[in-house]
Design a protein around this ligand. Sequence first.
Ligand code: SF4
Ligand code: SF4
Length: 438
Amino acid sequence: MNTSPVDFQANLAPEEAKLGESARVAGAMRGFAREIGALSALRLDACVHCGMCADACHFYIVTEDPQYTPVLKVEPFKQVFKREAGAFAPVFRWFGLKAKITGAELARWQHLLYDSCNLCGRCSLMCPMGIDIAELIEQARRGMFEAGLAPKELYEKAAHQRRTGQPEPSDEPYRDKLLAIGRRFNVEIPLDKPRAEVLLTVPRTDIEHYPAAVAALVRVMAHLKADCTFRSDGLVAENYGYYAGGRDWQREISRRLIDQAVACQAKVLIVPECGHAYSALRWEAAELMGKSLPFKVLHITEYLAEALEAGRLRLRTAQVGATAFHDPCQLVRKGGITAAPRQLLRAMGIEPRETVRHIGYNICCGGGGGVFDIERAATLRHRVVEEKFHEIDQTGAQTFLTTCSDCRRTFDDGKKRFNWELTPGSLLELVAEHLQGG
Ligand code: SF4
Ligand code: SF4
């Protein structure tokens, strides 16, 4: 399989491609030096080269290619930091001890940081020295963005979302699509209420590909008699600024949702079935805004498990046979949301069949962190999803569910590629189909 080097020039947005090589290298040096920081460089110095992060990363597991060792994906940034911003930077530069990076290296790093990393955090979990490699890769992506080296698919979607609120042009605005979903599934969409306790958001993936999941959300909220609303000016849950590494763009995209939650005085903002949207809002938004958010951010699974415990959510038994469940990496490793989906499954009489690597140690679907959107990464991510299919098949499951629509889409795409027998489904949709009295 040919995975590198990539032709990164061919994969840049027009605005990025305008930068000449020297401006690009200067931007990269500046960006990496600022983003990596002394603390991160020190952390990297703690690496004892044990290789455990390699065995943790599904891209290494499926290829056994050393370039996919997580810590090696960020090693060059440590060198840049030492040359540009570390205590001995002038010495390094004077004696030419750390060479300036080249365009060719930047191209290789684009492949390593974007195409072959889902920001899933499994390597960080396994590192005995406590090095948060996934966080370092996030920082490195920010340096790449500054150097005009974000893959064009991510850059263009981030730019569009920043300008318009939705990541791509569509035949009709998402607000209208949302209302059309309501008509199609015969549910009343709560929209643009001036005040509501709960602000609902929606994955663009659901609007475009899984409209039944949008209807399921509305049905469940109606069952709970929740005072909730979508808002036309802050609908989309995903944050392409986060995927691309554009910190300021990420902030602006998050601000759109935050402003709407504040405007309707929401106490809770619900992130539906989307893992990275949850991380961007739950963990990153407050930091980017420089202050705590005046509302709680909950994933829909957490919200429903709370309602179940409070006796507000009442479910019927589901006759779906042996069921396997995929934990989206952002929800289990960053959010610790392990019990909530299992509580919901058990409330429907389902005892989930766990894969070999499961719950916090689950491997990613291969599409997270924007990888699904990067066309040239398809061959590599297919190898990851094939590994997942193998694990799921081993459980003997007849039904397969997850709580992230991007994972679901990655699995659906893999299903087509490998003629996989199971059909990836949504836990939220199953809940909506088994509401007591529903
Ligand atoms: S965050 Fe996940 S995909 Fe990225 S290097 Fe670590 S284990 Fe691999
Ligand atoms: S697991 Fe940690 S200590 Fe071991 S090689 Fe990876 S980064 Fe270094």
